[in-house]
Design a protein around this ligand. Structure first.
Ligand code: ADP
Ligand code: MG
Length: 767
C-alpha cells in the first residue's frame, strides 16, 4: 500500500487586494504519495504556484484541510509551519534562490547547518550532494559565478541536503535553455526514486518522459490528474525514512545555545563573504561611534554649571580650577604624614601645606610684573599726590619714582609643593629669601632680584612688602610659577591668624597710656636678632630706637583673647632707605616671631590633574578624614549669561546630535541592511527559523558596533596621548559613567536598528 505523504481536501485560497479579490484556488483535492514525480501544468495565472506554495508551507489557505503524513494541520502555528518547512520540504526555485556571495559548498552546507548537522559533518555531506548533482570541483566557486544550469543544480543539491521526503520545484527550468533544462529534469527524476518530487512546469513536453503524474490546473481548479509512465513507477516501492521522527529526537536543534551558535556562524559568514559590505557597515557605525563619543563627552563636560559663573577673588585670589583646599576633619595641624597621604591620592599632582601663600601675589620681573615710572621733577608735586598709596617714597630731589604693579596673575607657592626631583640645577629654598624658578639660562642661579608681595585677602588692598630674593634652584619643566621658602610663606601669611599685632608708642605720662597704637604686620627679617625690630621709614611720627614697647594680644580662631596679655620692649630701627614696603610692616627677628606665631599650617592646597576629577578627589578626601572644598567652586558667583547660553547651546547641540544619530542609524543603517533581505529569504526557505534569522543581524551588526566603539576609543586615547587639546580636556570627563553611557547608547542604537530591521524583514518574508 502506498503511503499518503500530503493530502489536500477542499483547499481554497483567495488573494485580496485593494481593488479586487482573486480566487487562486477553488476546492482543490489532491493526494501525493512517496516516490512520485508530479508535474503541475496550466496556463499562466491558473494557480500552479499558489498550489505549490501551499504544499511547501510557504503560503496559507483559507478553506479546506491539508494532511501531512496523515495528520491534519489545522492547529499548526507559525512555529509548526517553520518546523514543517525545515524538516519536510526541499525547495527548488526558478530563480535558484541561492546566496550569491556564498560558495557552492557554503550554500549546501547552510541547509545542513540549519538542520542541526555539526560543521565538519555538514561539509562532508555537502560535498557528497555536490558530487551527486555533478558540481564536484566547483565547491569553492561563488554561487553568483556559476552558470544558470550549475546554479539550478546547486539549488537541487541544497534541497537534497535537507534530506526531506518532499522536494517542491517551481518552474526549475524556466530560466534554462532546453538542453540544460532537460538535464535538470533528469536529475529531479532520479531523485524521485526515493522522494516525492512536485514540479510546476510551463514546458510539459520537456518533462513528459520522466514524470509519473500530470496535473492540469485551470482557473484555480484541477481539470485533469493522470498517471503517466505507469510501468516505471512500480519499482518505486521503498518508502523513505520518516524524516520528522528522525529530526524530532535531535534535542540540540531546539537548544538556544545551538541557535546562537548558528546565528553567529552565519553572521561571521556574512562578514567574511561580503567584505565590502562589512566595511560599509563598519564605516557607517564608526561615524556614529565617533560622533556619539564627542557628544557624550560634551554632555559630561558641560554637566557642571560652575563653568558658567564669574570668579570672585574675595575668598581665594588665585583662580585655579584644579585647586582644592583641604583641612583635617579634626582641625589639627597638618604634618608631613598628611602631606604624603594627600600626595598619594589618585589625580593629585601636588600638595602645598602652606596654602595661604598660594593667594599672595608676587611681582618679580621688572617690566613684566611691575614697573617704575619716574615723573618729571617739574610735575613732581602733582604726581606725588596721585601715587602716594602705591609709591615707595624714595624722596629723590630730582624725580618721583612711582611703583605700578602690572601682572596680577602670579601667585606664590611654597616649595612644599615640589621636591628635589623637579629641579635641574641648584637646590630647594631653605632661607626665607631663597626661591626656585624656571629659566633656560642657568647663570641666573645665585643671582638676586627684588620681589614685591601683595596679599589682598590678608593685608589691606594697597599694602605691599618687598625683599631681595636669591635664586637657589632651577626647575626642570617650563613654568611661570616661582616657589618660595616655607619660612617666607609662613611669615607673609601669619597676619591671617586673628592674632593682632600692635605697635604702641609715644607714651603719654599724663594720660598713662600710649598715644599711638598701630596695627602692624610682623615679618621675619633674618638679619635681626632678639628684640630688634625695624619699621618703614615711611611710618609717620615713627617711634625712636629703643624707645618703644610693643604688645600682642593673641586670640584664638573665634577671636577671643587667649592667654596673658604680653608686653615686650622692642628696639626699633627705621628701615633702610630704598627698602620698599608700605608703612604697616614691622620686621622682627625669627626668635621673636616664633614666640607669637607658633602655629603650623592647618590648611593645605591640593592641586589635581584636572577640574573634572574634583568630585572624585573630594569624595576620597572625605573617606580619608579630611574636609576638602574646591576653591574654584566656592569662588564662583552670579551666572555669566554669555557662558550660560554657551553651555546650554552645547548641551542642546549634543543632545540633539545624539537624537539625530539615533534616527540616522535606525533609518539609514536599516535601509542599508535591506540588501540582506534576499539572503534571509533564502535562509528562511531552506528552513532557518525566523528566530535565528533575527539573531544573525544582532550578531553581525553587534560585532561591527563593538569594533567601531573599540576602535573609536583607541583612537581617542591615541589623540589624548598625542596631546590634542580638545580631546585631552574632554577625556578627563570620560569617567566610568560616561563610558557606560557611551556603550549603552551605541548598544541601544544597534539594538533598535536591528529590531526595526527585523520587523521589516518579518513583513517582507511573510509577504
Ligand atoms: P501561476 O503560478 O499558475 O502563474 P499563481 O498561483 O502565481 O499562478 O497565481 C494565481 C492567481 O493568484 C493569479 O491570478 C495571480 O495574479 C494571483 N496571485 C498570486 N499571488 C498573489 C498575491 N500575492 N497577491 C495577489 N494575487 C496573487
Ligand atoms: Mg507561477
Amino acid at each position: 500500500m502506498k503511503k499518503a505523504r500530503i493530502e489536500l481536501q477542499g483547499i481554497s485560497k483567495s488573494y485580496y487586494s485593494e481593488t479586487a479579490v482573486t480566487q487562486a484556488l477553488r476546492k482543490v483535492n489532491l493526494i501525493f504519495y512517496d516516490s512520485e514525480f508530479v508535474a503541475i501544468t496550466g496556463e499562466s495565472g491558473s494557480g500552479k504556484s499558489t498550489l505549490l506554495n501551499i504544499i511547501g508551507g510557504m503560503d496559507t489557505f483559507d478553506e479546506g484541510e491539508m494532511f501531512v503524513d496523515g495528520s491534519p494541520t489545522f492547529q499548526y502555528d507559525d512555529e509548526d509551519w517553520e518546523e514543517y518547512r525545515r524538516t519536510k520540504i526541499g525547495y527548488v526555485f526558478q530563480d535558484y534562490s541561492l546566496i550569491g556571495h556564498y560558495t557552492a559548498l557554503d550554500n549546501v552546507m547552510s541547509a545542513l547547518l540549519v538542520m542541526g548537522v555539526e560543521e565538519t559533518k555538514a561539509q562532508e555531506t555537502a560535498m557528497k550532494y555536490l558530487t551527486q548533482v555533478g558540481l564536484d570541483g566547483y565547491e569553492t566557486h561563488r554561487a553568483s559565478e556559476l552558470s544558470s544550469g550549475q546554479k539550478q543544480r546547486l539549488s537541487i543539491a541544497r534541497a537534497l541536503a535537507k534530506d526531506t521526503g518532499i522536494i517542491v520545484a517551481d518552474e526549475p527550468t524556466g530560466n534554462l535553455d532546453s538542453e540544460t533544462g532537460q538535464q535538470i529534469i533528469r536529475l529531479l527524476s532520479e531523485l524521485a526514486v526515493d522522494h516525492l518530487v512536485i514540479m510546476v512546469t510551463h514546458n510539459y513536453d520537456q518533462a513528459e518522459a520522466y514524470v509519473t503524474r500530470k496535473i492540469r490546473v485551470h482557473d484555480g481548479q484541477i481539470i485533469s490528474d493522470v498517471g503517466v509512465n505507469e510501468n516505471a513507477e512500480n519499482d518505486r516501492e521503498q518508502a523513505p525514512v520518516d524524516v520528522v521522527e528522525k529530526r524530532s529526537d535531535g534535542q540540540i536543534q531546539r537548544d538556544r545555545k545551538w541557535e546562537n551558535r548558528l546565528a553567529r556562524l552565519f553572521a561571521m559568514r556574512n562578514r567574511k563573504t561580503q567584505k565590502g559590505r562589512a566595511v560599509m557597515f563598519t564605516s557607517f557605525l564608526l561615524v556614529i561611534a565617533v560622533a556619539s563619543f564627542l557628544f557624550v563627552g560634551e554632555l559630561f563636560q558641560h554637566r557642571d554649571d560652575y563653568y558658567t559663573r564669574n570668579y570672585s577673588q574675595s575668598a581665594f585670589q588665585r583662580e585655579d580650577m584644579r585647586r582644592l583646599v583641604v583641612k583635617r576633619s579634626d582641625g589639627a595641624e597638618l604634618t608631613q604624614e598628611d602631606k604624603d597621604a594627600l600626595k598619594k591620592i589618585r589625580y593629585v599632582e601636588s600638595v602645598d601645606l602652606w596654602d595661604v601663600a598660594d593667594d599672595i601675589n608676587f611681582y618679580l620681573e621688572e617690566g613684566q610684573d611691575y614697573k617704575y615710572v619716574y615723573s618729571d621733577p617739574s610735575r613732581r608735586r602733582r604726581f606725588k599726590e596721585d601715587s602716594e598709596s602705591k609709591s615707595s617714597d624714595g624722596d629723590s630731589s630730582t624725580a618721583t619714582k612711582t611703583l605700578t604693579f602690572l601682572n596680577e596673575n602670579r601667585y606664590m607657592k611654597s616649595a612644599e609643593a615640589i621636591s628635589e626631583k623637579d629641579l635641574v640645577a641648584g637646590r630647594l629654598p631653605v632661607s626665607q629669601n631663597e626661591i626656585v624658578l624656571y629659566s633656560n639660562d642657568t647663570s641666573v642661579l645665585d643671582t638676586e632680584k627684588l620681589c614685591y608681595f601683595m596679599a589682598k585677602n590678608i593685608w589691606d588692598a594697597n599694602q605691599y612688602y618687598s625683599m631681595n630674593v636669591k635664586i637657589v634652584g632651577i626647575l626642570k619643566e617650563t613654568s611661570t610659577q616661582v616657589y618660595f621658602s616655607t619660612a617666607l610663606c609662613r611669615s607673609l601669611a601669619s597676619a591671617l591668624d586673628s592674632d593682632e599685632f600692635r605697635l604702641m608708642y609715644k607714651y603719654d605720662k599724663s594720660y598713662g597710656d600710649y598715644r599711638i597704637k598701630r596695627k602692624m604686620i610682623p615679618i621675619i627679617s633674618e638679619d635681626l636678632n632678639g628684640v630688634e625690630a625695624r619699621v618703614s621709614a615711611a611710618l609717620e611720627e615713627g617711634p625712636e630706637a629703643g624707645e618703644v614697647p610693643y604688645t600682642t594680644q593673641p586670640r584664638n580662631d573665634k577671636g577671643d583673647l587667649i592667654g596673658e596679655k604680653t608686653e615686650d620692649v622692642l628696639f626699633v630701627f627705621p628701615q633702610a632707605q630704598g627698602h620698599a614696603s608700605t608703612s604697616d610692616f614691622i620686621e622682627v627677628s625669627k626668635d621673636f616671631f616664633e614666640q607669637y606665631y607658633q602655629k603650623q599650617s592647618t590648611q593645605a592646597s591640593v592641586y589635581i590633574a584636572n577640574y573634572a576629577k574634583t568630585d572624585v578627589v573630594l569624595r576620597k578626601l572625605k573617606r580619608m578624614g579630611y574636609e576638602g572644598i574646591s576653591s574654584y567652586r566656592i569662588s564662583v558667583i552670579d551666572y555669566n549669561q554669555e557662558k550660560v547660553s554657551q553651555r546650554l547651546t552645547i548641551i542642546g547641540i549634543s543632545a540633539f546630535g545624539l537624537f539625530i544619530l539615533l534616527l540616522a542609524e535606525v533609518l539609514i543603517l536599516r535601509s542599508l541592511m535591506k540588501i540582506r533581505i534576499k539572503d534571509y529569504f533564502v535562509l528562511k526557505f531552506i528552513g532557518m527559523k525566523m528566530n535565528i534569522i533575527r539573531k544573525i543581524s544582532y550578531f553581525e551588526m553587534g560585532s561591527y558596533t563593538i569594533f567601531a566603539v573599540v576602535l573609536t576609543m583607541a583612537a581617542m586615547w591615541v589623540l589624548r596621548l598625542a596631546g590634542v587639546p580638545v580631546i585631552c580636556e574632554m577625556m578627563w570627563y570620560f569617567n566610568f559613567a560616561a563610558y557606560l553611557s557611551y556603550f549603552a547608547y551605541n548598544g541601544l542604537l544597534i539594538f533598535l536598528t536591528v529590531l526595526f530591521f527585523n520587523r521589516l524583514l518579518k513583513g517582507r518574508l511573510n509577504a
